[in-house]
Design a protein around this ligand. Structure first.
Ligand code: UD1
Length: 373
């Protein structure tokens, strides 16, 4: 009997919730939609909802509008996670995907994976196996639990497979495919360089630093925040620091520092292209983000990570990343080295080549076609 190629399509539901998810789903959706074998549904949980945190990214990255928006919005971890669970279940029941694809480590990632697996819908986790070994980070809990219930574990760097094997995951489920966020970086870098807001901000290439700060461990503790801002203001007097302020950080400055704004180059959050353009020509990046450690490694820009641990160790062992924690003396000394021309050099990790989404969709197509044969 001949098969109707359309009727026999494999249904893939892709979930995105927060800013760092959007650049990861973009290449996956493009790859899935280019293959006639697949039918996709994009679900936006609405964890991030501001124009600056969400809509602009869809535009910059050319992601089609979500098919479904769950509009969960902000809330405590329990509220946010449970709202995604509750609101995604009817979508799963109604559309009955063959697989749910989740990316990264945000609350939406865990909630969508949990809802799916309870309905016996297999889950594919993209960016699996990363571990900071710091369970006070909400993302670490999300990573551990999502990996524990996912069928396909797509890893971005060698530590991913090592961690998963140690946790008892069988080798056949682990696929080292590379880094989907770097697919997006490579696809957009030329446009990002054009969009870089250097002139608007009065900056010269290599004549500035970029700062991002939003981890609860940095911004929810007033003492730590004051200490960080003091040393950053010192650096800023020598090398201007551009600081796009995350909403969580903006709220913390208001509530915990009585609105005392640091004397740095503050801006609102930037769009993907503007921000990537800014990173590409920076002399130094200071951050507590996960993804930015990877982006600076590919761009060859020195990165000082304002945390005590990283779940992305390849950015330190092979890339330009250095962990400096929150101690002002360490931050000052490491920034000094970069300013004096002693910056870390690195190389691009294996499979961060722009083809990660292609490899992921190859695996899904092979495994899911086999199931249906
Ligand atoms: C979330 C992710 C984090 C990721 C970060 C990137 C979790 C546990 N954390 O943290 O891993 O690095 O996104 O940004 O999922 N807000 C707005 N507008 C928005 C979204 C949030 O104003 O569009 C404000 C709200 O006041 C909210 C606060 O930001 O309470 C924090 O948002 P939330 O989604 O809870 O966590 P993030 O800190 O953004």
């Amino acid at each position: 009997m001949s098969r109707d190629p359309v009727a026999n399509r494999i249904r893939v539901l892709v979930v995105a919730g927060a800013r760092p998810n959007f650049m990861k789903v973009a290449p996956l959706l493009r790859e899935l939609r280019a293959r006639p074998r697949f039918e996709t549904l994009l679900v936006h949980t609405g964890q991030h909802y501001d124009a600056a945190m969400s809509d602009g990214f869809f535009r910059d990255l050319g992601i089609p509008a979500p098919d479904v928006n769950l509009s969960v919005g902000s809330g405590s971890h329990a509220v946010q996670t449970s709202e995604v669970l509750r609101r995604i279940e009817p979508v799963l029941l109604d559309w009955r995907p063959a697989v749910v694809v989740v990316v990264g480590d945000v609350n939406s990632t865990l909630a969508a994976a949990l809802a799916a697996v309870k309905l016996e819908i297999p889950v594919a986790h993209v960016e699996a196996g990363l571990r900071s070994f710091d369970r006070s980070m909400p993302e670490e809990i999300n990573r551990l639990l999502t990996d524990a219930i996912s069928h396909w574990l797509f890893t971005s760097e060698p530590s991913g497979a090592e961690n998963l094997r140690r946790e008892g995951v069988c080798a056949e489920r682990i696929h080292f495919v590379g880094n989907v966020m770097i697919d997006t970086l490579r696809a957009h870098l030329p446009r990002a360089r054009e969009a870089a807001p250097l002139a608007r901000l009065g900056l010269e290439p290599r004549g500035y630093a970029v700062l991002t700060l939003h981890r609860p461990s940095n911004v929810d503790d007033p003492e730590r925040l004051v200490g960080l801002f003091a040393v950053l203001e010192e650096i800023h007097r020598e090398l201007p620091i551009v600081f796009p302020v995350h909403p969580r950080t903006r709220a913390s400055i208001e509530q915990r520092l009585g609105g005392r704004v640091p004397r740095l180059g503050l801006t609102d959050p930037l769009g993907y292209l503007e921000f990537l353009g800014l990173l590409a020509d920076a002399r130094l990046v200071l951050t507590d983000s996960g993804g930015i450690q990877e982006e600076t490694t590919v761009l060859g820009v020195p990165c000082l990570t304002l945390r005590n641990s990283t779940e992305r160790p390849v950015t330190v062992s092979e890339g330009t990343n250095r962990l400096v924690g929150g101690e002002p003396e360490v931050i000052r000394a490491e920034a000094r080295k970069v300013l004096d021309g002693d910056a870390p050099h690195g190389r691009v990790p294996d499979k961060w080549d722009g083809a990660a989404a292609h490899r992921i969709v190859d695996v899904l197509e092979r495994d899911l076609s086999r199931e249906r044969a």
